[in-house]
Design a protein around this ligand. Structure first.
Ligand SMILES: Nc1nc2c(ncn2[C@@H]2O[C@H](COP(=O)(O)OP(=O)(O)O)[C@@H](O)[C@H]2O)c(=O)[nH]1
Ligand SMILES: [Mg+2]
Ligand SMILES: [Zn+2]
Length: 311
């Protein structure tokens, strides 16, 4: 019996990094049950597991047990509405890699991510990459506004460029010794950022995958990578959004740090901060204390949670 960490999953096989450093392929013990759990996968990347080897042969490695999770992130399973697919477990922090340059990330996308991370109790960091391409005044202004907006909300914001090297040391030092999720639209520079910040790492970048993956199956599973400096990275290629699961409209404000701070002042304690009179949140927007952009995104999220059937 030995302990390890799940690095990758194909559905029926798992790649497990054992504590002694070996990477092995393991199957899951047959008796794992999923019924009633509301989940489509029993084991996710980042899970700590106990593995046994039949006759000491790696070919017959079996995952016997999953250790309790500190936390996990999930999304609605694509083919099973109302059930969850766990993307990754045991995270220390989550990075939203965004850019004002191309492909531009919308603040709505960033805000949904931040809300989701809050709901899962995972500290989140916003990275604005491709600084070398921010040249037009319009882009400079927008970025300045967004950086201030996220810092005011209480998030750490880092500006990076893989071309000039700006901010890479800061990102690298934050990743040291931690399990970190990297998220963001395809093409914002996630893989390049890691490969540049950690010489020797070879995550596939846009150019390479275009050549090799044409017409073939591109991975949509999360993958874990070990950093040369210690620490683990979780990349989630092909996963567009984690979605916001199980949230009632009333809960949304509690996962928005700057809304949470003022909502006690609302006249009604079930205030959704939309049309209600005596709303401290809307007052904060009017007073310029809460960004209108963040508020608009909040309003959209609340509306989408209203449409969500309860289950
Ligand atoms: N100009 C510029 N291009 C970048 C930067 N970071 C990444 N790129 C380019 O953006 C494209 C997508 O990068 P990639 O790492 O594959 O993005 P991913 O899909 O988020 O992993 C590639 O052509 C990179 O060379 C940057 O800081 N500045
Ligand atoms: Mg990539
Ligand atoms: Zn209110």
């Amino acid at each position: 019996m030995a302990e390890g960490k799940v690095f990758r999953s194909t559905g029926s096989w798992y790649i497990v990094k054992m504590d002694d450093g070996r990477l092995i392929n393991a199957r899951l013990r047959g008796k794992f049950r999923l019924e009633g759990s509301g989940q489509t996968n029993p084991i996710a990347v980042g899970d700590n597991v106990t593995v046994t080897f039949e006759n000491d042969e790696e070919a017959a490695a079996t995952i016997q047990d999953i250790h309790d999770r500190k936390n996990y992130i999930s999304r609605e399973a694509p083919k099973h509405q109302y059930s969850r697919h766990i993307i990754a477990a045991n995270l220390d922090q989550a990075f939203m890699i965004a850019t004002i340059a191309s492909p531009r990330t919308s603040s709505g996308f960033i805000d949904r991510f931040l809300l989701t991370a809050e709901a899962y109790h995972i500290p989140a960091v916003v990275v604005f990459n491709k600084q070398d391409l921010i040249k037009k005044q319009k882009d400079i202004d927008r970025q300045k506004e967004w950086v201030a907006m996220y810092r005011t909300a209480g998030y750490k914001v880092i500006l990076t460029s893989t071309v000039t090297g700006e901010g890479l040391d800061e990102v690298a030092s934050m990743l040291n010794g931690k399990v970190s999720l990297l998220s963001g639209h395809s093409g914002v520079g996630k893989s390049t950022l890691i490969n540049t910040a950690f010489p020797g790492m070879e995550l596939r970048t846009a150019e390479i995958s275009r050549k090799h993956d044409k017409g073939t199956h591109t991975t949509t599973f999360a993958e874990m990578f070990e950093l040369p400096t210690g620490g683990y990275l979780i990349d989630t290629p092909g996963i567009k959004e984690f979605g916001i699961l199980d949230l009632q409209p009333q809960e949304v404000g509690h996962f928005y740090p700057e809304i949470r701070e003022v909502l006690a002042g609302c006249k009604y304690n079930n205030c959704l901060h939309q049309e209600e009179p005596g709303c401290a949140v809307k007052q904060a927007v009017m007073d310029g204390k809460l960004s209108y952009e963040r508020y608009k995104n909040y309003d959209n999220i609340v509306e989408s949670c209203k449409e969500r059937p309860k289950y």
